[in-house]
Design a protein around this ligand. Sequence first.
Ligand code: ZN
Length: 238
Amino acid sequence: MSRHFSSLLAIACVAVTLTPTAAQAKPVEEVDCTQVKCIALTFDDGPGQYAGTLLDTLKKYNAKATFFLEGQYVKARPAFAKRMAVEGHELGNHSYKHPNFTTLEAPAIRSEIKKTQDIVKQVAGVEPKLLRPPYGMADIETSDIAAEFGMPMILWTAGSRDWATKNEAEIKKQTLEVAKENGIILMHDWVKQTVDAMPSIVRTLQSRGYHLVTVSTLVKQYNLQPGDIFPVPEGWEK
Ligand SMILES: [Zn+2]
């Protein structure tokens, strides 16, 4: 075999190997949380005014997060919502104006959810697959309505208490203290000190072996159904 022919063959092999890979769109999430250590950071009530800085940090460390958005702020800050989607984060539904669903009649709950689904889809091009009821307050009626929308309800395993302390060192300390495998951590991108603490929090979690993933990636292992609530709160009966 001439040298020319063998190098042509080598090129052909490379082309055959690479072409199908290059042609496939890269999946957004490849992490399997049954195989590696995962944690999901969640940011509520946004897009908050500091979302841009937060997104820069997440991008820098290749970390994914979930944003439980209020429709009213998606309308006010559409560019942030769009950027969240483009950069591979998850956009969840956190109502339109943050009422306590357990005090509302069914049509009002439906309207809060629907308006937020619509505005997120309009500005970010994606439809939220998860619902986080405001204040984490839900009852059977909320669950039934979530099921109508095809969404499970996602609460949290622990909070950063950022809204209460508004102190960068405290937020970091609390978050790292409550962080655990398959944890879902409640935070807020309208708390400046949270966003300031994020580079250090992300670096520390990653150095402890955590993959920072979206909630959907994390809960895939639990096979949640529409209307389910996770984690199941104490006293919850269905
Ligand atoms: Zn909230």
